[in-house]
Ligand binder design. Structure first.
Ligand SMILES: *[C@@H]1O[C@H](CO)[C@@H](O)[C@H](O)[C@H]1NC(C)=O
Ligand SMILES: *[C@@H]1O[C@H](CO)[C@@H](O)[C@H](O)[C@H]1NC(C)=O
Ligand SMILES: *[C@@H]1O[C@H](CO)[C@@H](O)[C@H](O)[C@H]1NC(C)=O
Length: 590
């Protein structure tokens, strides 16, 4: 990246858009942040909650509990020391024969969750064994042309580890394993799959055509030295708007607007050098103004005060630009205030007050809509076609340190999860595009790393020299990460079902091998009350790496789906047992 300073719009913006010099610091937060919620619960818990430490059975507990509420005053309560494993002491309370421990203690000790809930003025306490409760039972038969797992619930681009969405490629830039930001195949695929899925589950978007140089012609304000015309462009067989602004910084083409609710912009455009299309957003409550500039440069993102610049590339070719303006604003403000995390400006507080053009170029089909899921999906699919390397892989350009004892993955490694997810994207693109073979070819080439041992740069390893395994992180020694492996199986399945018969036999072979391994290995991940994320306890001879609840839930969701696809009771039964672990059930002991 050059350090070239974007010039387009910055001058114009400060002239015409009354850009405030001070960055708006205070926003009202609408979304209830889970971390805040947990913090509040723990504070509440600390001061007010005492939960019975039941030495007796469940029934007894309930009876005592009932009695307790009724005759609280009549039972004397006294402070008492509780010795915890003879290691330390905490303050408890004794009432009759029962002892009560503070929930704040139990919460940490058992890693459980709980909160006070007020229902119609009646307060109660809700205890939960897990922090994460989203188990998705497959609704119908899994269809590789349909929704991917439950990804319609995902909003990948709003995740914190997405730095921004590239306006050149139309796909997210990750900071997950490297803070400078890079293209991460796994994340790009998830972005594509979530939009594909939402296209099938969301209501039809509202779409407002702002300018198509045909039936919809907007009232652009054109300063005296600027020029705007609507012509038929035979190159694209459609009407387009041709524009050029004058040399003076105040020369601009401007459309005043008052648009709320729908913030996804879609536009076909071809911009000359250093030209741009800018959108002005305003916080309706505070009045703060933000300018989003889409500028013909290769500098991907730049933020100065309330101006956020996205380079769209400098190719001077027609391009369809699809931007979620809310995401662009949010990511821009995030970059501006990296050190003091900004609060999100809620969608309901924003409006679009104007769109302007600067420089010269052609513009057509300018629309604002609720969503443009299919455009986003194809941006991801195109990225996979464009950036596949000669090994059929989508190399990950950052070093990855999984854990001590494993070799670091050097920049350029492949992930079975990235490869598998890519197959799920490309198979769907092949189907959805009416069999565009570019997508099929890329998907088939994407199988290659599955056949190359991880020691030789692929993703294949074997367990005990017997069971094939596709490594999300192809470490030495192998790590056997479960969720990435199952995602890769789903990718293989999608491709083998969608490819014309005979063309993806390798996908079927790899899938069957993988399912065979999973059947024989799945219970190795069962820790009796939780699951393990990988098999490092075996390959590194160390403590198991227990899966957090959200990963545990992912394991369950994946097994439920695979169990249904394969009609394999082992997967379904295992998933059910693991679901029980989320509610505190445990495997029996001897
Ligand atoms: C889904 O995509 C189709 C084009 O394939 C489009 O016509 C439709 O409006 C989209 N629906 C949603 C909800 O995105
Ligand atoms: C069509 O493309 C050609 C070659 O790129 C260019 O010279 C011509 O100006 C274009 N026509 C219009 C109307 O833009
Ligand atoms: C504008 O949209 C129409 C209808 O979808 C399409 O035929 C035309 O090619 C588009 N214009 C440009 C410049 O892409």
């Amino acid at each position: 990246m050059h350090n070239q300073k974007p010039s387009c719009g910055s001058l114009a913006a400060s002239k015409l858009f009354h850009s405030s010099k001070e960055p708006p610091l205070f926003f009202i937060m609408m979304r209830f942040n889970i971390k805040v919620a947990l913090l509040m619960i723990s504070i509440l818990g600390f001061f007010t909650m005492f939960v019975m430490w039941s030495l007796c059975g469940d029934k007894h507990f309930r009876e005592l509990g009932g009695q307790l509420v009724k005759s609280r005053d009549s039972i004397s309560s006294e402070e008492i020391d509780c010795f915890i494993n003879n290691e330390y002491v905490i303050g408890c309370r004794k009432e009759g024969d029962d002892v009560f421990l503070p929930f704040s203690f139990l919460r940490k000790y058992f890693e459980i969750y709980g909160k006070l809930v007020n229902l119609d003025g009646v307060e109660r306490f809700e205890w939960s064994h897990n922090s994460y409760n989203k188990i998705y039972y497959p609704k119908g038969r899994y269809d590789p042309r349909g929704v991917f797992m439950y990804f319609e619930n995902y909003n990948v681009e709003m995740r914190d580890r997405v730095k921004y969405v590239s306006a050149i490629e139309g796909v997210p830039i990750s900071t997950q394993w490297g803070s400078h930001g890079y293209f991460y195949a796994t994340q790009i695929a998830q972005f594509g799959l979530s939009h594909y899925s939402k296209n099938l589950t969301d209501p039809e978007p509202r779409r407002k055509v702002i300018e198509d140089s045909y039936k919809n012609q907007a009232k652009w304000i054109v300063t005296s030295d600027s020029f705007l015309d609507r012509i038929f462009d035979s190159n694209v067989s459609s009407n387009v708007m041709k524009f050029r602004t004058g040399d003076h910084i105040s020369d601009i083409i401007y459309l005043k607007m008052d648009h709320v609710l729908d913030f996804v912009m879609n536009v076909d455009l071809m911009l000359g050098g250093n030209s741009c299309l800018s959108v002005v957003l305003q916080n309706r409550e505070k009045g703060d103004i933000y300018n989003l500039h889409y500028i013909s440069t290769d500098v991907t993102i730049k933020v100065q005060e309330n101006n956020i610049y996205h380079g769209i590339g400098n190719t001077q070719e027609w391009k369809t630009l699809t931007r979620d303006l809310i995401v662009d604003l949010d990511k821009g403000l995030n970059i501006l205030r990296e050190k003091s995390k900004h609060k999100r400006v809620p969608r309901s507080k924003l409006k679009i007050t104007g769109i302007s053009l600067f420089g010269y170029g052609l513009v057509s089909n300018l629309t604002l809509s609720t969503s443009e899921h299919i455009q986003n999906f194809y941006n991801a699919a195109e990225w996979f076609v464009r950036y596949q390397d000669d090994n059929g892989g989508w190399p990950i350009p950052v070093r990855r340190h999984l854990a001590n004892g494993f070799s670091d993955l050097q920049p350029g490694w492949y992930s079975s999860m990235g490869q598998g997810h890519a197959l799920s994207v490309l198979a769907r693109a092949y189907y959805h595009s009416g069999r565009d073979t570019r997508y099929l070819k890329a998907a088939i080439a994407g199988l290659k790393p599955f056949t190359v041992p991880s020691s030789k740069g692929g993703v294949l390893t074997t367990f005990m020299n017997k069971y094939s395994w596709y490594e999300e992180y192809p470490t030495s020694p192998p790590s056997f990460v479960l969720n990435g492996f199952i995602y890769s199986l789903l990718g293989l399945y999608d491709l083998m079902k969608i490819a014309p018969s005979g063309q993806a036999d390798l996908a079927e072979e790899l899938f069957n091998d993988g399912v065979y391994s999973l059947k024989n290995m799945i219970t190795l991940f069962d820790m009796g009350s939780v699951t393990s994320y990988d098999l490092r306890h075996f390959t590194l001879s160390i403590a198991p790496n227990l899966a957090r609840w959200d990963y545990h839930a992912t394991h369950i969701n994946q097994l439920l789906l695979l169990g249904k696809i394969m009609e394999e009771p082992l997967f379904t039964q295992t998933a059910e047992r693991w679901r029980g672990y989320m509610n505190g059930k445990r495997a029996p002991h001897n």
